[in-house]
Design a binder for this molecule. Sequence first.
Ligand code: SIN
Ligand code: MN
Length: 203
Amino acid sequence: MVKYKSIYFKESQVFKGFLDKLAQKSLLNDIRLIVSSAPLLSPLTPWGKPMSVKITSAGKYGWYSDNNGYRYTSKHPNGKDWPEIPNSIRAIWHDLCPKSPDPECCLVNFYTKDAKMGLHQDKDEKSFKHPVLSISLGDDALLRMGGVNKSDPIESIWLSSGDVLVMAGASRLAYHGVDRIRFGSSQLLKSGGRINLTLRVVD
Ligand code: SIN
Ligand code: MN
């Protein structure tokens, strides 16, 4: 029986409650394994400003940013390959993006109390024909989304633990960002905070 609700938000699709508590906890274990081999990093914007989220990645590529710009890299700055994307995470991708090949990057964003993410487009990939899939775990987050032009009208939606967002077609290059999290709104992470996983095909 399907227990989740699918809603359209701007041109994207949000699968509310796609992952139940058990699936969320099991993903958390997989994410802990990723972080143990590819420790969380504190990225800088290309302008040298520290970002408020901590990041790491799994997959053929990891997404990274420092003074040299936004980019995909084939190794963690510690010199090791990024760990493989766990099957549990790939399964969600194939379930909701059945026409796409395996994802090549799973970016892990970790938000503490005051972390947020400015409005941006996901456009470091070689092509934009495959969706961006984003999984929310832990505290609620207020996601903002506009259109493909920065001046397009923006709407907001609260994303909760277990929600999955798919940005495909007209929303693939939509501007989006995270205004704030509702710290402590979820019990999933013992010390609070939010994890977002973003899956993408890069090549
Ligand atoms: C991102 O765009 O990289 C993250 C979005 C989110 O945290 O929901
Ligand atoms: Mn993004």
